[in-house]
Design a protein around this ligand. Structure first.
Ligand SMILES: C[S@@+](CC[C@H](N)C(=O)[O-])C[C@H]1O[C@@H](n2cnc3c(N)ncnc32)[C@H](O)[C@@H]1O
Ligand SMILES: [Zn+2]
Length: 355
């Protein structure tokens, strides 16, 4: 953890400053340490990353880093962990494990991610000008592919994810010195209100138990005049081909979200191969000339097979998936009093607005 991060974060519970105690440092960064607050809250820094998990996600910390807690057991404050698991906590824990598995398996930083980044950021007119020298928060950073590109324009980027994917993101961006990674949950973030110039979250909110509530939490962190960009899955009009295809996929998901990740990974090879053969290849060779929009999986015609496999796993593994119409997403922005809203389609909704 870089010392400077202390100036950007606060205790997620009482919103006062946090203190840092270093146990071990390497190259000027805290590798193992402890963040603590006057109110009694404390958070470990493990493998350079602060782990700011509270409440129902607290047991996850002890399960993920048993060696750390054993090694520093005489130094760390004692706490009683409530093992009472709610259904919501269980879903969140499963979500974090499924994405950690995904991003560890598909950890590579492909050259295609640059175009992918530009695609998601298209709703921001004059993106480079808007982001230049800004303090940015990325929520649900996964393996850090977008973190990499935004850090080239922004002044500093704080990137959070509530799963161990954040460790993959950290490695993928290890040479960047204006990025701060943290393991934290959207619902309990360690920041002051109205703090960031720009907050973005790509492909995350639709995996939450209560997506609009998560969205509202993020809007609260944007300062007046700042911007907010999200990408969420879209719903399909009834009786279209994509609507029935989704029904089929959802039926299958009842099974795939319950099996082991290793088994699902293997199963994804034939599914991805069939998707490629039946939908993507015909589009790539022939139909792209005729059908400009809406071809199922047409967007994948520019990506290598590895990406199709990755997204197949993503679609079939995430325990929670919500989908929204254009009107519903615009309403989120309007209800949060965001202005200058710009929404674009393309495999989902990409939407930007200003506070
Ligand atoms: C589909 S991935 C997208 C990753 C990245 N934004 C990208 O586009 O490559 C969704 C990410 O959101 C994270 N996530 C889901 N729920 C979260 C929560 N409550 N708090 C923080 N991160 C969350 C997952 O761990 C996962 O890495
Ligand atoms: Zn506190």
């Amino acid at each position: 953890m870089k010392d400077k991060l202390l100036n950007l974060i606060v205790c997620p519970i009482c919103k006062n400053s946090l203190n840092l105690k270093s146990f071990h440092e390497e190259n000027g960064e805290v590798e193992d340490g402890l963040l603590f607050c006057g109110c009694g809250q404390f958070f470990p820094v493990v493998n350079y990353i602060p782990r700011i998990l509270t409440g129902d996600l607290r047991p996850m910390l002890y399960n993920q880093f048993p060696d750390f807690f054993l090694k520093y057991k005489d130094t760390l404050p004692k706490e009683k962990i409530n093992q009472l698991i709610t259904t919501e906590a269980q879903k969140k824990e499963e979500t974090s494990r499924s994405f950690a598995y995904e991003w560890e398996k598909f950890s590579g930083m492909l050259k295609e991610w640059k175009d992918n980044f530009n695609f998601y950021f298209e709703p921001i007119i004059n993106k480079d000008l808007f982001l230049k020298n800004k303090t940015v928060l990325e929520v649900g950073c996964g393996k850090g592919r977008h973190t990499f590109y935004i850090s080239e324009v922004a002044k500093e980027v704080v990137a959070i994810d509530f799963g161990k994917s954040v460790d993959v993101a950290f490695i993928n961006n290890k040479d960047k010195n204006n990025i701060y990674f943290m393991q934290a949950d959207i619902y309990n973030l360690p920041f002051k209100e109205n703090y960031f110039d720009f907050v973005f979250s790509i492909g995350v909110l639709h995996h939450l138990p209560t997506p609009e509530q998560g969205f509202r939490k993020l809007v609260g962190l944007v300062k007046n005049g700042g911007g907010m960009l999200i990408y969420v899955y879209h719903s399909f009009s009834k009786k279209t081909f994509n609507y029935y295809l989704l029904g089929f996929v959802n039926f299958f998901r009842n099974f795939t979200t319950r099996i082991s990740h290793d088994f699902l990974y293997v199963l994804c090879y034939p599914i991805a191969f069939l998707s490629y053969l039946l939908l993507i290849l015909p589009y790539k060779i022939f139909f792209y000339k005729i059908v400009k929009k809406g071809w199922p999986l047409g967007l994948y015609s520019n990506y290598p097979f590895q990406v199709i496999l990755n997204d197949t796993f993503d679609r079939f593994s995430a325990p929670i998936e919500n989908r929204y119409s254009k009107e519903q997403i615009i309403k989120w922005y309007q209800n949060a009093s965001l202005k200058n809203i710009n929404i674009l389609g393309g495999g989902g909704w990409r939407i930007f607005g200003e506070k």
